[in-house]
Unconditional design. Sequence first.
Length: 264
Amino acid sequence: MTIRRRDSSPRPFEKPPLKVFSTTLWTYPSQHYDSSNTPRGTTAMQGDARYEGATPSWVIWQVLQRYTRPGDTVLDPMVGSGTTIDVCADLGRQPLAFDLAPSRPDIKQADARSIPLPNTSADFVFIDPPYSTHIDYSTDPRCIGKLDSGGIDQGKAYFKAMDQVIAEIDRVLKPGRYMSLYVSDSWRKRRKGDPGSGTGEFMPIGFELFARLQSRFKPVDVISVIRGNQKLERGPWHDAAVEGNYFLRGFNYLFIMHKTKSRG
């Protein structure tokens, strides 16, 4: 006799089927979705699970489903391990992938502050930039990930660089189309000898970048994506946060913006 399951919930370690989220609070069950759930099923994994700071492919899948169509060109000027390329392959989109330090042959080398594309050539732009200096992405001194979003200059160099990136996105995105930026705020424990008082420094990167995006694009929505970070499961991290009276980062922002056809 065959025993039927009463519900369609996934079995332990089985990834749930992909579906478009309907609220502004997103949580993803794993860093990468199972591409056998997609109509094309062309990749076993999106990007590289070993790449530090990789974007969850669930997030890219969600925005491409809502804001692009089959055949659209999707630009990612900081593509990292290539997650956006692989999601595009699963969904029948055409990737335009660049990175200052390409991690694979199908990524072209370019600085996101000077994207080698003609004006109004992309149907959609996705970008997951560095959130200050927490990850060493490259030995290239031009890397924006080497610019502190706080510190001595209060992030002036970092946000100037991101202003240039946002201006380039505006230049290459077609009027009437959409872009999204995935980012987190940052907090850094104060080290001995650092100026100032308190236990650390909060850097509201999300708010700062949203204001810059809003000067060029019309906001569509702001999504909170719960962070699936193994560090957040460690009891000592939570104990230290309570004892030090600070908060661990529990979510990322996903800003969705529209480039209107008229700037008036």
